[in-house]
Design a protein around this ligand. Structure first.
Ligand SMILES: [Mg+2]
Length: 175
């Protein structure tokens, strides 16, 4: 069993595209501190799992191939810096037809089975209430809110702040 850190994508790993979708790689920008946080977690033994809703595919605004291409390029950039995700799960269907869509815990449960993850020892971070609700529904031990939606176990204002807290927390746990 291993612990994992579950990341939301848009608004967490990369800058939010606003009300729309990231439809091409040229519009994908890592958030400040994202690569550094991912690399640090990986070097401290965490599995990195991306859990994302990409309804733009279900709506016909982009193809599955385009979404795969965006993720391949993201992984290429991350792997050069020792920060690649171990697994990526995307819900592409529309609300009514997509049982895996957040806040359903199904994508986390798929990752748990594939990577033998200890969910109670795992963490999640996301920018929306549904990210927090998903993590809590799946039994993820700590669910961190980026920003100020309600209901999280913990709120941080930036990935850099989360990274600073984690470094201190690891020192406490190791002591
Ligand atoms: Mg988000």
């Amino acid at each position: 069993m291993t612990r994992a850190f579950f990341f939301d994508r848009d608004g967490t790993v990369n800058r939010s595209p606003g009300p729309g979708y990231v439809l091409r790689w040229e519009d994908f920008y890592f958030q400040d501190g994202a690569v550094e946080l991912l690399r640090w977690l990986k070097s401290h033994g965490w599995k990195l799992v991306l859990i994302t809703s990409q309804q733009g595919v279900g709506k016909g605004l982009m193809t599955q191939a385009t979404l795969d291409d965006i993720h391949a390029r993201m992984q290429d950039q991350l792997s050069h810096r020792g920060a690649a995700f171990d697994a990526i799960y995307a819900a592409i269907g529309l609300d009514a037809t997509e049982p895996r869509r957040k806040p359903s815990p199904l994508m986390i449960q798929e990752a748990q089975a594939a990577l033998d993850i200890d969910l109670a020892a795992s963490w999640s971070v996301g920018d929306k209430e549904r990210d927090i609700a998903m993590g809590q529904a799946a039994g993820v031990g700590m669910n961190v809110q980026l920003g100020t939606d309600a209901g999280a176990d913990w709120e941080v204002s930036s990935l850099r702040q989360l990274h600073d807290h984690l470094i201190r927390w690891e020192r406490l746990m190791a002591a």
